[in-house]
Design a protein around this ligand. Structure first.
Ligand code: ADP
Ligand code: MG
Length: 345
């Protein structure tokens, strides 16, 4: 996905705000029937049946991303995807996004075009319309704010609070890879700073690096559950690490739970890189973050419908109100889950 820099360098002052917005958003076309009016007026006009779900997230340079190893096109893609993930975590279909940017004058037009190439690609991939945003200058660095909108049938939204005792805890995909991808990129970046001629060999780490730089949101899981006729009782997306998200479900559903260490899905490349970095794979899977997988609970009677699906792993079950959220280790020890998730402050 990484493309060569274009030769031209256009300072932002050369354009002015309106020409810049026009240039960046010209590829945005309102294609969904629910987008009555897209970019260009004071506000977009949308029309949804059922209920509308809305979510927003900010990404700040130096806090959430480092342009040293995050190409701008990937950043644009990721900024949209992580917001869509929140919409899918409500069991909703994502429909529109808005993207606001604050940018310092060290950026050139071509760099912002790269960012937007990623944004437009994500919109196309997930079938959502970019319907607005805002453009402003910043004193330092780049800040992005994405708002995602989705739709869900009346009372169809799946909340964090809906789990019941004995429900099964299910997770999509595998965990921890994005975090180790970041460790690999950070290590290569340090080497590069010392020796700019260093050519990193990322071949053994392709899956991990891809999980970090080009995460995907699990739109497919929402569709799969619909096909399987499984309505989760509660759901959340995994952005801050499995532990932290399990604790959110427990707290908001007022239940305890048991997660079985041996059931946590890990990719073989992730396991071998954890060995290389001498870190414990379970610890990383529990607290690494940025997986953007879905964590949800289902009724026991729905187990047969998901059994054997390679995209879904049952990792435990909910227990009674007042119980703790516990991890059962491979050695059969029972230890409390702790939220070691990524903290902004
Ligand atoms: P206003 O002055 O009312 O905020 P703007 O000139 O900022 O209007 O925006 C004009 C149109 O362009 C609006 O539809 C707005 O949503 C859209 N827009 C502005 N900045 C962006 C951006 N960075 N990305 C996408 N759409 C944008
Ligand atoms: Mg504006």
């Amino acid at each position: 996905m990484i493309e060569d820099q274009k030769p031209s360098k256009t300072p932002l002052e050369a354009l002015g705000e309106f020409a810049l917005i026009k240039q960046l958003t010209k590829a945005a076309q309102a294609s969904l029937p629910s987008t009555k009016l897209g970019i260009g007026d004071d506000a977009a006009v949308l029309s949804h049946d059922g209920e509308t779900v809305v979510s927003t997230d900010m990404l700040v340079e130096g806090v959430h991303f480092d342009l040293g190893y995050m190409p701008l096109k990937h950043l644009g893609y990721k900024a949209v995807v992580v917001n869509l993930s929140d919409i899918y975590a409500m069991n909703a279909q994502a429909t529109q996004v808005l993207l606001s940017i604050a940018v310092s004058n060290r950026f050139i037009l071509e760099a912002l075009e790269e960012l937007y190439a990623g944004v437009h690609l994500a919109c196309k991939t997930y079938g959502v319309d970019l319907v607005g945003g805002d453009t402003t200058s910043s004193k330092q660095g780049l800040q992005l704010s994405v708002t995602a909108i989705g739709k869900v049938p009346k009372k169809g939204a799946v909340l964090r609070s809906g789990a019941n005792e004995n429900d099964l805890l299910v997770v999509s995909g595998d965990l921890g890879a994005a975090y180790m991808g970041l460790q690999v990129l950070a290590r290569e970046n340090e080497v590069f700073k010392v020796n700019p001629n260093h050519k990193p060999d990322l071949a053994p780490y392709t899956y991990l690096v891809e999980r970090q730089l080009k995460p995907e949101a699990r739109k497919d899981i929402v569709s799969l559950l619909e096909v399987l006729e499984v309505k989760p009782t509660s759901m959340i997306d995994i952005s801050d690490g499995l532990s932290s998200e399990v604790l959110h479900l427990c707290k908001q559903s007022e239940l305890g739970c048991r997660v079985y260490e041996e059931k946590i899905p890990l990719d073989p490349q992730f396991i071998s890189v954890c060995e290389e970095f001498k870190v414990d794979s379970t610890t990383i899977a529990l607290s690494g973050g940025e997986d953007y997988e879905l964590l949800f609970t289902i009724k026991q009677e729905d187990f047969d419908k998901i059994k054997g699906n390679p995209n879904l792993s049952v990792i435990g079950h909910m227990t009674a109100k007042g119980d703790d959220a516990n991890l059962v280790t491979r050695g059969n020890e029972v230890i409390p889950l702790k939220a070691q998730g990524w903290k902004a402050f």
